[in-house]
Every structure is written in structure tokens, then in C-alpha cells.
Design a protein around this ligand. Structure first.
Ligand code: G4P
Length: 528
């Protein structure tokens, strides 16, 4: 008999949703929770959204802009599995957070709006998933509205995202004519009955495509469906689990999240086929989830989730071993043992104190300024998990203090915000500027707001003539020294102590790269 550890590990399913804003990520999340029994919803999406804002949108900034800067973790049981859903910020300015969250999952769910098809953010997120061959399931949403031809959509996914599609369900009409989906594997039609809100209502299921009941219910659409399916089955791929797990094929489901329709079919297949916790690379070796000694890495740090407690929570993905309350863990980077007595887990709505957690689970550690993104915790082995990147910023600003006496606080604040991944800091070699880098402009607003509220520092950010940045390294130390000498005016040290080339223009960067072929210019940097 497998051990309790093996059983618990094997039943974890940890994933995130990727989508373009407005495709329905929030709605799908909420419906997954509903089917997972994690929440009893009374209201509609809007009610839920409003409630969510009230509990998690801790910053006024968020309220003002109506976006969610935070990203949290929801756990729910479904059938005999434990599902961990990692939420990601919808706004593109916080995409770095999303990228890092994707390093902590074993698979992803892609949500596509039937009317819009493959959109720009989805393309970007898909690229990130591809870096690790993350398996992807696809949900095509909003079939209760008019949209594009399903066949055309699948072609677009295949062409643009370069992944094979294997339809698992197929829609019967759309918009006003939307009647339900045909489940290819089960050979059954699941009829659509709109049910907004929190009620789970099982519509009629008609077994067999040739069932005369279909003609009764669907009228002329029954014949249309049969014809279409013949075409679809001839032209599309059959679901192949190995291809899916290798990240080369995506099973596709159709539905209408707002109507609770199509979600159950998706969730059933998800818990059956999505990968259990996977091995993770470290600098020295691969860590397998079968190992019973604890290890995990921090992929996200979030401040002030609960306005009553001004604490920061470091989100740690467990890679191996069992976490138990009060256990002692080694914080590898600072080589210190710490007793973790008050870790948190994130159930659908409340934070709850947890007793035990397994590979695939996320725990929240209270962070008093010692934990950085990318940090590894183990039971003693000096491991360092890899693959948690910093991305070269595209936007730069110079921090300007309104009160020059607050320099120390500013530096401390910026250092900590950098370690949390809220921004990146560059200090030029040749002057005392503090240059902040970000992927999206809202990050600067968040930093300014947090500097003020948490460090009592009033800082403004002004434009600076930096357009792009690259981390530089070179095997040959002499060459590197030479480069540092010649290019000093364009060099800076980042918050992690690494050397960065900050270029006033892309042309300048291009020229520097051509002039110094021995130097490696990288657009990403590993945390650590
Ligand atoms: P996001 O997190 O990806 O940004 O999307 P979200 O779930 O917030 O959904 C975006 C909008 O799409 C929401 O409308 C939501 O109600 C709607 N929506 C989600 N799923 C479906 C669906 O299956 N069918 C239809 N017809 N709409 C869906 P909203 O923000 O409330 O705007 P509004 O509709 O009130 O104007």
C-alpha cells in the first residue's frame, strides 16, 4: 500500500489560469470553487467581484483603479483530489507576478473568449508556459453569446499558440441558439440550462449521438450537430494524455462560465488528467516530490493582505516532503534555521491555520524582511531552486525624495520592495541616482503608495533616459573589467548586487552588444 505521504502527494493538482483580461478568469475561478464546494455563492459574478474586492483589495490604489494587484491561493477538494488554484493578477502591469506564479504550478488552464479568440496577453503567458512545457487545458468561454466559429478558433489556437487542439466537448450552436455541448469521449449531449449565480443545476444528459431524443430537443440543430461532428472528428486530434502532459496538445472544452455550464466537464477531466506535483530543478540536482525531506521555494511575496495586520506573506511552493506546524526549516540563502509556527494556507475565502501540507501545496510564511523571491527552504540540504526569473524592465524612473533627510528609509523601503518583486532597483556606477525599473507603469504607483504608507517616505518618480536594461556577465574577468571601465557610464548594480547595462536607447544597446561580443547580455536574471 502506498504511504500516506505518497497518496497525499499524488492527489495534489496545482494550477493557474491564464487569459486575456475580460475573457472570464474571475468567473471561471469562482465557478471552479463552486463546483469544488469551496464556496456557497448567493450572488452573481458582480456580487462576488465586489465581495472579493472588499476582502482582498487591500490597497486604496486598487480600489481606485478597480484592479486586483494581489494574487492568492485557493485550495479545494474535488473527487479524491486536492486542487490548488493559484490566482494571478489580471492587469498586465503586474505580469511579472503572473510569470513567477506560473513557475509554481504543474499545469495551467487557458480561458479564451469565444468572440475574441487568441488575444495578446494569452500569447505572452503561453510563451512563459512553454519555457517549462507546462501542460495546458483550454476553456472556450461565453458560448451563450455570439462568437466565432469553433473550428476557426481551434485553428487559431494551433496557428498562433503552436499547440495541437483536442476537443473534448463540442458546442451545439451559440448565442441564442446555444443548446449545450456534446462530450466526444462520453458520447453524450449535455443540455444547457442557464443558471446564473451559485446554484448547481444538472441539465439533461442525452446518451448517444443517434438518440432520437436529440432530434426532439434540438430540432434541426441535431442534424447540424451530427454533420459538424463528422467533420470535426475527421479533422481534429484525439486527446492523447502523453501529448498533453508534454505540453504539445491541449484538450479543449466549451461552455459558459457565468451560467455554470461546461465547468463540471472541465473539472472532471482536469482532476483526472492534470499532472500531480512534478520534479523541480535546483542548481545542483532535480528534487523529486517522492523525496520525503522538505523543500520548497518562494515565488511571491505579498504585503498587507489583511489591513489589520501589516505583515508580508511569502508564498512558498512545496516541492518535496511534508510541512508540519512548528517544524524547523533552513533558510538556505541566509544559512539560518527558523521555526515555522504560524504558516498560513489559503482556503477559498479565509486564511486558516494549517497543520500539514504536501508537495504541490502552497504555504504562506510571515516575512519580516528576510525572505526574498526565489529563496529556498529545506530541512538542511543547501539547495537552490532555479527558474524563478526577473525580467528586464521596460520602464524606468528616477526616485526623487521630497524630504532629503529620509534617504535611509527610502533605500530600505526600495530594497525590501525589490526583494518582494514589486520593482527593480538600479544604482549607476557613476552617480548616486536610484533608478527604478518596472514592467508596467502601475508598479511605480504601487511603490510610491507603499513607500508612503509603510515607510513614511514621500517619493516622486521622474523620467530618466534609460530605455532598456540587460544583465551582463563574462567568463573572462579581465575582459569584464575592461568593459566596466569603458562602459561605466551605462552600468549599474541591481538590488541583488548584479551588474546591469542600462541603455538610453535600443540602438545603444545593440551597438554595445556588437562592440563587446565576449560579454553576455541577458534579458532575464535568476532570483537569488
Ligand atoms: P477576467 O477575470 O478574465 O477579467 O473576466 P471576468 O470573469 O471578470 O469576466 C469579464 C466579463 O465577462 C464579466 O462581465 C463577466 O460577467 C462576463 N462573463 C464571464 N463569463 C461569461 C459567460 O460565460 N458569458 C457571458 N455572457 N459573460 C461572461 P462584467 O465585468 O460584469 O461586465 P458586465 O457584463 O457587467 O458589463
Amino acid at each position: 500500500m502506498p504511504s500516506r505521504y505518497a497518496t497525499e502527494t499524488a492527489r495534489r493538482r496545482t494550477f493557474a489560469i491564464i487569459s486575456h483580461p475580460d475573457a472570464g478568469k474571475t468567473t471561471v475561478t469562482e465557478k471552479l470553487l463552486l463546483f469544488g464546494g469551496a464556496i456557497q455563492l448567493a450572488g452573481t459574478v458582480k456580487g462576488r467581484k465586489a465581495a472579493r474586492h472588499a476582502t482582498s483589495d487591500w490597497m486604496e490604489l486598487e480600489k481606485q483603479r478597480g484592479i486586483s494587484v494581489t494574487s492568492s491561493v485557493m485550495q479545494f477538494p474535488y473527487k479524491d483530489r486536492i486542487v490548488n488554484l493559484l490566482d494571478t493578477p489580471g492587469h498586465q502591469d503586474f505580469s511579472e507576478d503572473t510569470y513567477r506564479t506560473l513557475t509554481a504550478v504543474d499545469s495551467a488552464l487557458m480561458v479564451i473568449d469565444v468572440a475574441k479568440g487568441v488575444e495578446e496577453r494569452t500569447i505572452k503567458l503561453m510563451e512563459v508556459c512553454r519555457l517549462r512545457d507546462t501542460p495546458i487545458m483550454t476553456f472556450i468561454n461565453k458560448l451563450d453569446r455570439e462568437g466565432r466559429e469553433p473550428i476557426e478558433l481551434l485553428d487559431e489556437v494551433e496557428d498562433v499558440l503552436k499547440i495541437q487542439c483536442a476537443p473534448v466537448t463540442w458546442p451545439i450552436g451559440m448565442g441564442k441558439r446555444f443548446k449545450g455541448v456534446y462530450h466526444l469521449k462520453r458520447d453524450a449531449v449535455h443540455l444547457f440550462s442557464p443558471t446564473h449565480g451559485g446554484k448547481i443545476q444538472q441539465g439533461e444528459i442525452i446518451q448517444g449521438l443517434d438518440n432520437p431524443r436529440l432530434d426532439e430537443v434540438l430540432g434541426s440543430q441535431a442534424a447540424e450537430l451530427r454533420e459538424e461532428l463528422e467533420l470535426v472528428m475527421g479533422a481534429s486530434h484525439e486527446f492523447d494524455k502523453d501529448e498533453y502532459l508534454a505540453g504539445r496538445q491541449t484538450p479543449v472544452f466549451f461552455g459558459s462560465a457565468i451560467n455554470n455550464f461546461g465547468i463540471q466537464e472541465l473539472l472532471d477531466d482536469f482532476v483526472e488528467h492534470a499532472p500531480a506535483p512534478q520534479p523541480r530543478p535546483t542548481e545542483t540536482r532535480k528534487v523529486s516530490p517522492d523525496e520525503e525531506t522538505f523543500s520548497g521555494f518562494v515565488f511571491k511575496i505579498q504585503a498587507n493582505m489583511d489591513p489589520q495586520h501589516r505583515d508580508r506573506i511569502a508564498f512558498l511552493r512545496i516541492c518535496s516532503g511534508t510541512f508540519t506546524k512548528g517544524m524547523k526549516l533552513n533558510h538556505v540563502r541566509i544559512k539560518r534555521d527558523v521555526r515555522i509556527s504560524d504558516a498560513l494556507t489559503f482556503l477559498a475565502s479565509d486564511r486558516e491555520h494549517l497543520e500539514e501540507a504536501y508537495p504541490g501545496d502552497i504555504i504562506g510564511l510571515h516575512n519580516h524582511g528576510t525572505i526574498r523571491i526565489g529563496d529556498t527552504f529545506t530541512q538542511g540540504e543547501a539547495l537552490a531552486f532555479t527558474g524563478i526569473p526577473n525580467f528586464a524592465p521596460e520602464l524606468f524612473r528616477r526616485a526623487q525624495l521630497r524630504d532629503p533627510l529620509k534617504m535611509k528609509q527610502l533605500q530600505k523601503g526600495l530594497q525590501q520592495l525589490c526583494e518582494e518583486g514589486a520593482t527593480q532597483l538600479f544604482r549607476p556606477l557613476t552617480n548616486n541616482d536610484l533608478i527604478l525599473g518596472a514592467v508596467g507603469v502601475l508598479q511605480f504607483d504601487v511603490v510610491a503608495h507603499r513607500l508612503k504608507s509603510e515607510y513614511n517616505v514621500d517619493a516622486a518618480f521622474e523620467t530618466v533616459s534609460v530605455q532598456t536594461a540587460r544583465w551582463v556577465t563574462c567568463e573572462d574577468e579581465r575582459k569584464l573589467e575592461q568593459f566596466k571601465d569603458k562602459a561605466a557610464a551605462n552600468l549599474a548594480i541591481d538590488h541583488g548586487g548584479d551588474l546591469v547595462y542600462i541603455a538610453p536607447t535600443r540602438v545603444n544597446l545593440q551597438m554595445a552588444m556588437e562592440k563587446w561580443p565576449e560579454i553576455t547580455f541577458s534579458a532575464t536574471r535568476e532570483h537569488g
